[in-house]
Design a protein around this ligand. Sequence first.
Ligand code: FAD
Length: 474
Amino acid sequence: MSAALARVPGSLTGQLVTPGDRRYAHLRSTYTTTASPAGILLPKNTAQVVAAIRYAREQRLPIAVRSGGHGLSGVSSNNGGLVIDLSMLNRVQVLDERSGLVRVEAGARWANVAAALAPYGLVISSGDYGNVGVGGLTTGGGVGWLVRSSGLTIDRVRAVEVVLADGTVVRADAEHEPELFWLVRGAGAGAGIVVAFEIEATEQRNVGVAQLVVEAHPDGRTVRDWVAYLAQAPRELSAGAVLYAEGRSALLSITAVVAAESLRRARPVVEPLLAIGKLLEHRTDLLPYPALVPTAHLHPNVGQQRGTTTNGLFSGLDDAGARAVTRAVTGPGRAVVQLRSVGGAVNDVAPDATAYAHRHQSTLVVASVFPPQGGAALDSAWRGVAGRADGAYVNFESRPDPAAFARIYPGETGVRVRRLWKRYDPDGVFRSALLTARTARSNQSARSGQPARSSQPARSGQPARSGQPHRRRR
Ligand SMILES: Cc1cc2nc3c(=O)[nH]c(=O)nc-3n(C[C@H](O)[C@H](O)[C@H](O)COP(=O)(O)OP(=O)(O)OC[C@H]3O[C@@H](n4cnc5c(N)ncnc54)[C@H](O)[C@@H]3O)c2cc1C
């Protein structure tokens, strides 16, 4: 039900979309949630973001902040409130070609960032799907295809421009507003609206991309060996793998990306993965980096991908842990599990340097179920794995609540995050659902989105549609 909205100030004329506007259908929802906000504000610059926050606060309506709309919990839209949608703030500018310093606005999609940087031979490791927005990913962490060689996306952020809840515009970096700079790198949702990030890109044109499908042994050894190899493999290697049930067995579909400019250098690095299970498919190609997050991934988000997702970080998986992960897929819960490498350069950063504190783990395990399965099925599938996890990543959690907060921001990090959220947003305008268990969806059982099935068989020399939202067919 729409609230009657007051007329927007002159500075926002034409930038408010309400029900009845033909743009509303494409702007109301997120990737994981169909929603009915009273209106969507579309600021085009920082001054309009300030005006949008002021206007929304004057209306005394809940505010949702949206960059790409891929957030799994669906809180980047709402019912009856106002959405500040940053999709028109989407510029990508190379500030200094030599150092690789790039200014990226929050509403850009990673496919567009990759395409804009390619002519400079620069890349930013982001995620595995081109339609994901810069703002949500970069305020949470950013586990990308070059994560072990480049670190998380936040590890290369050098400065941010933030609009706080009271409309103040702040530029934060290591010297200026260092507390805000710390907060925004890992717990940025809840701090304010980040309008732009300055990120140090790395030099890379091509990458070696191996795509493999192997049969996963039911006793867990295939998962165990994947985890063990990725924990100590050369840093040039980053990988994702999707474990899914096929009949009574499980398959592991792997995308392994080597930060190398030649196949000769890439092949030996992926070679050990060919032996972790019965090999069903394999190819290795040298591809331009944008092929991993292509513009073909771009699409409107209209609530098309529901599901429930959780995750855990691990320093390794012993036999029992690997078996539990495999059973999450083959057991009654029938989850789809994604394994993602972290470690490498991620662990060069001190745990207290950013609000993302998890700097010793090597593997991220993400589990999802899809309707008609809901949270209960996920909890049952995840039960054997949950107790072994050593932390969690905010961006792959579809049920933000205080229990998730404790896993994501452990100990002193959590204390500092709470304190700073309160300092920068004393009225709770951007209050995180992690503190309140507030959710965007009325239908809890259909909450959240799905992580990528990161490896589908390659076609015509193209990489897997790595982050392509993939609903497992049954
Ligand atoms: C198909 C798919 C693939 C994915 N792959 C990866 C991956 O490979 N690696 C990875 O790390 N993550 C991945 N993710 C998770 C992704 O990082 C998060 O879902 C992220 O929040 C999406 O960012 P967004 O801007 O698109 O989301 P949005 O839905 O727009 O935002 C999510 C939340 O972030 C906050 N937020 C957004 N923009 C801003 C801003 N400018 N300032 C302050 N707060 C803001 C808001 O609280 C908002 O509710 C994937 C998600 C999906 C659905």
